[in-house]
Write a protein that binds this ligand. Structure first.
Ligand SMILES: [Fe+2]
Length: 192
């Protein structure tokens, strides 16, 4: 259904820009960030989706310092799908250091449902049980990967209870309201 058809049938839909930004070289990342080259969530700078390469050899050891650097600039980095990275599962301290530095985590619904395999599924449970600063996402790349957020919240409700599911939903709503209606200090892209 097109946006025009949705509008005609009274379905209000807001589409915001944003993408995962993969970091391999933190110096290059900082330069590009300062130059305003990235499209952060909602194209503001309150939240950015930080992605790491699947290859552990490309994981920057100074990632916690990068997280602190972003927080100092008023940007909350959200680590995309940490439960799917073997190097976070094998070495949980690596992720703990990012969270201690101020990162939030974004867990993919399909991981929770087991569609990315048993290891991401149990890691997703582990992360949602251990870290308060988490969000759920569909990460729907295509029609084969769109289980939907409702399925994710239902799953969290079953495994962790209503309160945890509600915490996650409220956090997502807070993020969205900041993206849709940003305070003045967040509305200018960085580097301008
Ligand atoms: Fe990704």
């Amino acid at each position: 259904m097109s946006f025009g058809e949705l509008a005609r049938t009274g379905v209000s839909l807001i589409v915001l820009p944003g993408s995962e930004v993969q970091v391999i070289d933190t110096i290059a990342y900082r330069n590009d960030f300062e130059a305003g080259l990235y499209c952060h969530l909602g194209d503001g700078r309150a939240f950015t989706l930080l992605e790491f390469n699947w290859n552990v050899e490309l994981y920057p050891p100074e990632a916690p310092q990068l997280v602190s650097w972003l927080r100092d600039r008023g940007t909350v980095p959200i680590v995309a799908h940490p439960e799917r990275h073997g190097f976070f599962r094998d070495d949980p301290t690596r992720l703990r250091m990012l969270v201690r530095a101020g990162a939030w985590l974004q867990v993919t619904v399909d991981s929770l449902l087991g569609y990315h395999g048993p290891a991401p599924r149990s890691a997703a449970d582990e992360l949602l049980g251990s870290y308060r600063e988490a969000l759920l996402a569909s990460d729907a790349h295509n029609l084969r990967r769109c289980s939907g957020l409702s399925a994710g919240y239902a799953c969290v409700r079953d495994r962790f209870g209503t309160k945890r599911a509600e915490d996650l939903r409220l956090r997502a709503e807070e993020v969205l309201s900041l993206l849709i209606d940003p305070p003045d200090s967040y509305s200018q892209p960085h580097g301008d």
